[in-house]
Design a protein around this ligand. Structure first.
Ligand code: ST9
Length: 604
């Protein structure tokens, strides 16, 4: 085993979710706007994409860490050669088209197929996967830009594979984006000159594309405070002339690259705007609605970050599983008194089996949650797209899911990667195996794109509070319908789901009561609420998966039979070992107080 072939995908489970649980071949594929993709094309696209990931992205995994992205001190970032090879293969194969709609030259794949593809990218090489953000930004300019901005940027960004960044954060404005002080001075038409220093800009420079488009939040002169005073600007690294050709160097310079704990192949940059050279930017769409416009990118990126975490846990689990099947240590616990008893593979040990089931149930459960949400995005488009009255409820449900995927996914996976490492014993702590790098590369997921508590507040106040619980209740209604309809063979799952559902409702009810006393209660308990709802949803999706597996296992044989039995085992393990925890959380929340707020700062 080397880190070159570290990536262990779970295509069988991805296909199970897409084609056996969600049945996108009958409900999504072949229907407008996805009429050109059928099941065969979707399967072969994902398989072909995986080949590229395994041939070029996975082998560059260790280089990202050991070589990293190198800053020359003069504004330029150099990527390892293997990263160039990986990006070349991605674009040469036309794989960027997997996430583009047909009107932009793409394959018209639905979001469920795109996110399945993104899991493969993020699992094979998490440090490379955000270098291809240019596609998404081109889509944003295509939907929000003026006709002239579209004509100037969209085609070259896509045809020439330009890079792109999202530029919000400043040294004094992290979670509190509205504290940003970068200014924008109007110079004529849609052009502004920007001045300020931005920090933690993912992939702010790299030496693969001809140009990089920074999407920057800045405050126009005279605009009000907070996020609502921010506007969004297109700031290219090299100016883009009206005909789309590349002009002079613009005054947006990388002035530092952070030395991070992990994901070192992804350059986290300080970007200085307008120091010694004008930084020219174009106001997006000529409307001053920067934060709302930027959230189109942020919500997509939050889904990407949660999917990245899930992808890492999945490959970590499969690496751990492979190791425990071959590593021999000790005798079977039941024969431990006999010192001459044969040594067994560690997968035979009860505690190792417990750790494997923890990883398996969460990896597969998180995937089920991600792809179910991706399928909501399919259905939004089938219903006419963003803003269409038919799509409103689906969009709200999708929005409710994003903090669960991002906030819970990133936190839980970090815990579980320690479990993956534990399966390797001391070997897991060494660079010979990928787990230690997985842990370092994944930790960032609970930090960027909004920390876990930002997700918890987003969930409670915006996604649940704004419509007075209507979207949450719709989700809980779906879960109840599933629980009520489970067959007798899944009675354990049924009882656990029904109890977890009642406990989740109890948690929300308790929180509403306490909110009347103090908003601090939500501050103290918010992360627990996020976790409980996420675990309920995962338990639900695992139960749905078990129901499908139960029906198919009756006639399945060989590997298929083993696979379906594994789905049943994962759902049962989760029902018995994880869902009851929601009841304990309910007790903690009901008894929750504000002691931590009342304690003097000096006493910490
Ligand atoms: C960063 C970069 O961390 C990390 C890496 C990026 C790379 C990811 C790229 C992914 C692409 C991958 C490629 C895929 C390829 C696929 C290939 C397939 C083959 N929803 O509550 P208020 C708006 S960047 C929508 O009053 P405050 C809304 O307009 C740094 N909108 O907040 C609202 O107005 P209204 C990331 C939302 O107190 C307005 O904001 N930084 C939402 O003013 C104000 O809202 C962060 O994420 C929402 N959920 O400000 C910042 N929420 O209410 C974290 C707010 O009228 N901080 N709006 O509608 C926060 O989120 C704060 O809560 C805050 C607070 C800034 C919003």
């Amino acid at each position: 085993m080397t880190t070159v072939d570290h990536y262990k995908p779970n295509l069988r489970d991805i296909f199970f979710q897409l084609f056996e649980v969600l049945e996108i071949q009958s409900s999504v594929l072949g229907k407008a706007p996805f009429e050109t993709m059928d099941e065969d094309t979707a399967r072969t696209s994902i398989e072909g994409f995986l080949e590229v990931m395994q041939a070029t992205w996975a082998p560059a995994f260790a280089d990202g860490d050991r070589v990293g992205a190198v800053f020359d001190g003069e504004g330029n970032v150099r990527l390892p050669k293997s990263f160039h090879k990986a990006l070349d293969a991605f674009y040469a194969g036309g794989w960027n088209k997997l996430e583009l709609p047909e009107h932009l030259g793409g394959y018209g794949a639905p979001p469920s197929v795109q996110w399945a593809g993104f899991e493969l990218m993020a699992g094979a090489n998490p440090a490379i996967c955000f270098y291809v953000l240019g596609n998404q930004m081109a889509k944003i300019i295509d939907s929000l830009g003026t006709p002239s901005q579209k004509a100037r940027f969209v085609k070259p960004m896509l045809d020439e594979h330009w890079g792109a960044t999202m530029v919000l954060t400043e040294p004094g404005a992290g979670s509190d984006v509205g504290a940003g002080t970068t200014t924008a001075r109007h110079v004529g038409g849609d052009e502004y000159h920007l001045e300020g220093v931005k920090r933690f800009i993912t992939n702010g420079d790299f030496d693969h594309p001809k140009n990089i488009v920074h999407m920057v939040l800045a405050r126009p002169e005279g605009a009000g405070p907070g996020t609502k005073g921010l506007s969004l600007f297109i700031v290219p690294k090299f100016w883009v002339e009206a005909d789309g050709s590349i002009g002079a160097r613009n005054g947006a310079m990388v002035t530092n690259v952070e030395h991070k704990m992990g994901i070192k192949g992804s350059a986290t940059c300080e970007l200085t705007l307008g120091d010694g050279m004008p930084c020219r930017g174009l106001l997006v769409g000529e409307v001053h609605q920067g934060i709302a416009q930027m959230f189109h990118v942020i919500e997509y990126a939050r889904m990407a970050v949660g999917t990245k975490s899930m992808a890492t846990l999945s490959t970590a689990y499969l690496n751990a599983l492979e190791y425990t099947r071959v590593r021999k240590q000790g005798a079977d616990l039941a024969k431990a008194a006999d010192k001459a008893a044969p040594r067994v593979e560690i997968i035979r040990h009860p505690d190792v089996r417990r750790m494997l089931m923890l990883q398996k149930s969460f990896a597969e459960g998180l995937r089920a949650m991600v792809l179910w949400t991706a399928n909501l995005q399919d259905r939004v488009q089938l219903a006419g797209g963003h803003g269409n009255p038919e799509a409103v409820a689906l969009e709200a449900l999708n929005d409710l899911m994003l903090p669960l995927i991002k906030g819970y996914g990133s936190e839980k996976v970090y815990d579980l990667l320690a479990v993956s490492l534990q399966c390797f014993g001391g070997s897991g702590y060494c660079e010979d195996y990928p787990i230690e790098q997985y842990i370092r590369d994944q930790k960032i997921d609970s930090l960027y794109e909004g920390t876990t508590h930002i997700q918890a507040l987003d969930l409670f106040f915006r996604k649940i509070g704004r419509d007075r619980g209507a979207t949450l209740n719709a989700l809980l209604g779906q879960i109840k319908a599933t629980a009520d309809g489970l067959p007798a063979e899944l009675a354990v799952e049924q009882a656990a789901l029904a109890k977890a559902l009642a406990d989740t409702q109890g948690i929300i009810g308790a929180m509403l009561g306490k909110l009347g006393q103090s908003v601090y209660h939500v501050g103290v308990q918010g992360n627990r609420i996020l976790c409980s709802l996420a675990e309920l949803v995962i338990g639900w999706r695992l139960a749905v998966s078990a129901q499908v597996a139960l029906a198919k296992s009756a006639t399945a044989t060989g590997d298929d039979k083993a696979f379906y039995m594994g789905k049943l085992a994962a759902a049962r393990f989760f029902a018995k070992n994880i869902l009851p925890g929601i009841g304990l959380t309910r007790q903690l929340i009901e008894a929750g107080d504000l002691d931590v707020m009342e304690m003097a700062d000096d006493s910490f």
